[in-house]
Design a protein around this ligand. Sequence first.
Ligand code: CP
Length: 328
Amino acid sequence: MTEMAQLEPLTGAEVPPGTGRRHLIGVSDLTAADIDRLLGTAATISRSLEREVKKLPALRGRLVINLFYESSTRTLSSFDLAAKRLSADTMAVRSSGSSVDKGESLKDTALTLAEYDPDVIVIRHPHIGAPQLVAAATRARVVNAGDGKHQHPTQALLDLYTMRASLGRLEGVHVAIVGDVLHSRVARSLIEALELVGARTTVVAPPTLVPRGIEAMGCEATSDIAAIAAADVVYVLRMQRERMLPGAAYVPSLREYAAEWGVTPERLRRGQVVMHPGPMNRGVEIDPRVADSGVSLITEQVRAGLVVRMAVLYDLLVGGAGAALEVE
Ligand code: CP
């Protein structure tokens, strides 16, 4: 096959029947109905994982490649296990230790892996747009596991799953997202997803860590930490030092940030739940007494990551709007 032919994207006519979507690059690829279906599939899968034998045959003979150019614990491990629990073959390629170290480009890496005929490539990359490049260069379905500060759609889905499981609903829920929103792909995806399901979002952060014009995404923004008291869910974000411009001072110091913006027991009220996508910097954005308390849903988020990513892989390859997963 010529290079140009390999770069030709698939047309809709080549998409297998029963599958409406080719890729999951951002939350804008989803409708409210898609989210409802995916969360329903994840709930069905969750029940199936209560059995002694946890493997489902749905993706037998399929190949899922995890292509990670940035560090990850939760996303990589859960996509790997999700594919295995659905009986797919899996490969993990990390940029460190691969031929990326020798200067190989993302496009050449994608074209190389494409020769193994992957059904899905899950990609994490520091640059916005990397998932689209892989989608254009291969015939695989592409799932964005985080591109720069742009999008992390499966994180948003697992967060919605966790909120719905805890609160029993999503519509009308008020979520306060606290911390470094400026550098956060998690925040961008979650604000969009919450808007789709009819929830309300307030961003709470120092003015230096709020993107200009964020209200256009359908949320409110304030620099008053006391505003978190009005929310049902307090969603805490890490300071993403790896994405900050060298030498730029967004806050006077981490100690002052913790004192002014850290989520402590004293700043919470009874009845609230607390979430964090991880990894946490204990003692900075979140007090360990909150992280380890009964109001924390952080471990539930990790469990949700597995079943939601199983649902996403199933939905892209087998399900979609026409076919619900049946588990005996
Ligand atoms: N939340 C999240 O993306 O965690 P990892 O970086 O560990 O994958």
